[in-house]
Design a protein. Sequence first.
Length: 411
Amino acid sequence: MASTQRPGPVSFSSSSMLDGAGSAPPIVDRVVSSGGSPLDPHVRSGMETRFGHTFGDVRIHADARAAESATAVGALAYTFGRHVVFNTGQYNPRSRAGNHLLAHELAHVVQQSSGVPAHVQRFCSPAAMCPSATGAPVVGSAQDFGDVETAREAGPRARRLRMTPDRARASGHAGRALQLERFLEAQSPGRLANIQGVFIDWDLSPGTGALTTDCAGWIATSLPAGSPTPTGMAGAAKPCVFVHGEFNQQAFRFNTTADATIGGMSREDWRIMALQRLTHEVQHVVYDAAAHPVPAGVTSAGCTPANFRGELSELNAILSEFPSIHDAVPAAAPATDPAVIRLNDWFDFKVLTSGENISSIMTAIGCSCHCPEVTALVRQNLNFIASGWPAARTAALRAGIVSRGVANWPA
């Protein structure tokens, strides 16, 4: 029988996944007293590994009354102690957005189980930039980018699900991107072994260069019911990387011709862009599979690698791009050298202006962490990718980031 003890404030996730706290209306008590259902064993196992926390007593509520209560508090989902309550259609952990929403709510379960109020004290970042004030994720954070891109893809994915299985795959959708696999193995031997493979997804948003996700989850949300398992995905034990079909076509030209221009850019610019993009996606897998303990000196509730797993994974993936672009700059190259221009463009884009950028990721982390804690988390993240880098490369990375106004980057 479910406990009727009131564990504390309610944590809500609005359409923009807003964190907040408030008194529970009566309908919330009625919903959580109904019992709910345990997490699916497979989902629970993955989340327990992700958070380092046991979710055996978590109860999921996703029926009509749960939806009514979520609507009453203006939320996609909310957390009340060990109870996670979803609005209509929001409990879908097999989808990227649904998994993200569930993880967000389970983070609040962890907080509340430790006696931490659901609202988050603001620390390093200005309160006006944080979700509780803006009503939206930090612009340029991994969460913000994921929300935007998922919304952009909703229409095309829904249309494909209405197709017959044969028609859905007639254009090569779900096919193996063999040319990109060949390219990656030639440019960075051994990296391909970290993933199940590279596959084509014609419904990726134009703003998403590539996507790394669970293969089975992608099949469930991107192919019509009854579709055969795509070649290369059967029994997948590793994540799949998905790309636009045009990207694989460009790789074919790179692999089979000596064309000076590919995809509207110079051959060398395309090579570095493609290597960065694929390295970025594979690094998500490498980072996510590793353990990341709480660094020394990080003590604030809600300020751990698990709390910011998505943001820190994205930061690590961005940093993994740096060697390919930095090391392509000739020694003593002048500012007008194309390789120097390319490097500076990378800094401008990745630090400040891209859909997911370093500055915004650090701002998002700073909404729940003191400034020294932000530095500690970033240092741990940097060491994970750069422990074997030459000192000159690490120094160049820091100089480029700090010169663009990013505070709290580790020395």
